[in-house]
Design a protein around this ligand. Structure first.
Ligand code: BES
Ligand code: MN
Ligand code: ZN
Length: 508
């Protein structure tokens, strides 16, 4: 599928479908874009007849009328206000392209995006969200289907532009949008994999494959469970003990900064390829969803993939912290006291709070890279779902500017976060009788106490943000769950902006 910017005065006989949006108030001005008198007349009559413009998302599909210049025309009602909201815009794009998908003979679409006015959104944004939305619609995971029903793709989507400036902005939006959507797709493809295939080792292989694909720019280190033990990451090490699918930590280094020694942005993803809860076994109801407990690692992989493809002017390190949390005769037990990489001891009160055990060691370990920022992404707590549902990712940070920028990036790409606190006072919930900390708190505020636990392992001087994606990583659909691809868009947008404007986040 191609997105092509089409000059307003180019010969336009090629398209087999025209897409137009109409607001009630500018019915007339809408025709300025067309110089086909007959078409104008017909359209106007139709629209007035149907009185459908008032309702946002109403669609009029006109097809195979010989007198029309275009074989098919899709007219979309945009309501009686001057602007569409972000969400309504997405709704419209979805509706239109689902309709087009049904009429699979449509191959070349012409889109007048300028007709979709959205408050405070420019052409760049409209194209970015268009590409994101279309990629979402056409996403299909059929690796394990014997009969592969392929989505019928539109061949070309032509976007009408009116000047050189729009051409420049549009080209950039297409370039960014396509590469970021590719990262989202790759992340979904990994997340949706079943746990018998997608093991910690599978992640390591995926990581390693980047070295061949992007020679010179990327190098990858792989640590197996023995290495993890040797390094002193005992909390991480213990989580994987119950399984024959041993833990693997993969570290992907991308060197794209102009200055070679620039501090890296470190991304850490929780990659629990299956979480039974361990000895503190989960209920079997919906347990299969725990195959998605590696979505953090998958999204970090997707984000660094798009960063590499976009050649971002940054140094980035992505750490995929992978393990399987299951029951075996070597499984770690409730009551264990473990010395973490940091030296702090942790008493295990619940083996199902395994994510923080993996992450705490990686958070301390990554200090050796002298990070500019640390970002960790994890399906960490059921409590985060209780708090925020599947709308917003829970965000926790020791730096206000960092939270602010993430919030902005989230809104830019409609992959939103919501800030929750990590007040010092919560630390009392994590006290242990015999160790420095416990890994579980019976008190409420489970998403917060998990984040506070992590904060104990982050150097206070390093700007850090923790994203709890337990609610947002998946979508509930007809036959269970699917990966949402979140928060790849958010991460990629943050990285992209950071590469364009070098922001310094100061923790003091
Ligand atoms: N992976 C789960 C969190 C989770 C739950 C993600 C549901 C997605 C959907 C995590 O490892 C976990 O089990 N957390 C426990 C922590 C508790 C034992 C402190 C939880 O949230 O119940
Ligand atoms: Mn768990
Ligand atoms: Zn888990």
């Amino acid at each position: 599928m191609k997105f092509i910017l089409e000059n307003y005065n180019s010969e336009d006989n090629l398209y087999d479908c025209l897409i137009l949006g109409f607001f009630k108030n500018n019915l007339n001005s809408s025709y300025e874009i067309e110089n086909d008198v007959l078409l104008k007349k017909k359209l106007k009559k139709k629209i007035i007849e149907e009185k459908f413009v008032n309702k946002i998302g109403n669609i009029l599909f006109i097809n195979s009328d010989k007198s029309f210049k275009y074989k098919n025309i899709i007219i979309v009602g945009c309501g009686n206000k001057k602007f569409l909201s972000d969400r309504k815009y997405v709704k419209i794009i979805k509706k239109v392209f689902l309709l087009i998908q049904k009429h699979c003979y449509i191959k070349n679409v012409l889109l007048y995006l300028m007709k979709f006015n959205i408050k405070e959104r420019d052409l760049y944004w409209k194209i970015r969200i268009l590409i994101k939305t279309i990629s979402e619609i056409y996403y299909c995971f059929n690796k394990f289907k014997s009969k592969k029903v392929k989505n019928k793709l539109v061949k070309n989507i032509f976007i009408k532009i009116f000047n050189q400036n729009e051409f420049n902005i549009g080209s950039q939006a297409i370039y960014h949008g396509k590469n970021i959507s590719l990262g989202v797709k790759i992340s979904k493809d990994i997340s949706n994999m079943p746990p018998n295939i997608c093991t910690p080792k599978y992640f390591a292989k995926k990581a390693k494959s980047l070295e061949n694909k992007f020679r010179k720019k990327v190098h990858v280190e792989i640590f197996d469970s023995k290495d993890i033990k040797k390094l002193g990451m005992n909390a991480y090490y213990n989580v994987g003990l119950g399984s024959n699918n041993k833990s693997f930590m993969s570290i992907i280094h991308y060197n794209g900064a102009k200055e070679k020694n620039e501090k890296p942005i470190v991304l850490i993803g929780k990659g629990v390829t299956f979480d039974t809860g361990g000895i503190c076994l989960k209920n079997s109801l919906d347990m299969y969803e725990m195959k998605y407990d590696m979505s953090g690692a998958a999204s970090v992989f997707g984000a660094i993939f798009s960063a590499i493809k976009l050649n971002l002017n940054l140094n980035i390190i992505a750490i995929l912290a992978c393990s399987e949390n299951i029951i075996g005769n070597k499984s770690f037990l409730p009551g264990y006291v473990i010395k973490t990489f940091s030296g702090k001891t942790v008493e295990i009160l619940d083996t199902d709070a395994e994510g923080r055990l993996i992450l705490c060691d990686v958070l301390s370990y990554c200090k050796k890279f002298n990070p500019k920022i640390i970002i960790d992404v994890a399906t960490l707590t059921g409590d985060c779902i209780t708090s925020l549902g599947n709308l917003a990712t829970g965000a926790f940070s020791n730096n206000n500017e960092l939270i602010y920028d993430f919030n902005e990036s989230g809104k830019d790409v409609m992959d939103i976060i919501w800030n929750l606190p990590i007040f010092e006072e919560y630390k009392k919930y994590l006290k242990s009788n015999i160790a420095d900390l416990s890994n579980f708190s019976k008190n409420s505020a489970g998403a917060i106490t998990a984040a506070v636990f992590l904060s104990c392992f982050v150097d206070k001087r390093i700007p850090w943000i923790h994203l709890d994606i337990a609610g947002t990583a998946t979508l509930k659909v007809r036959h269970g769950y699917v990966s949402s691809g979140r928060p790849v868009d958010l991460l990629s947008q943050f990285l992209l902006k950071n590469s364009l404007i070098d922001t310094i986040y100061n923790n003091s």
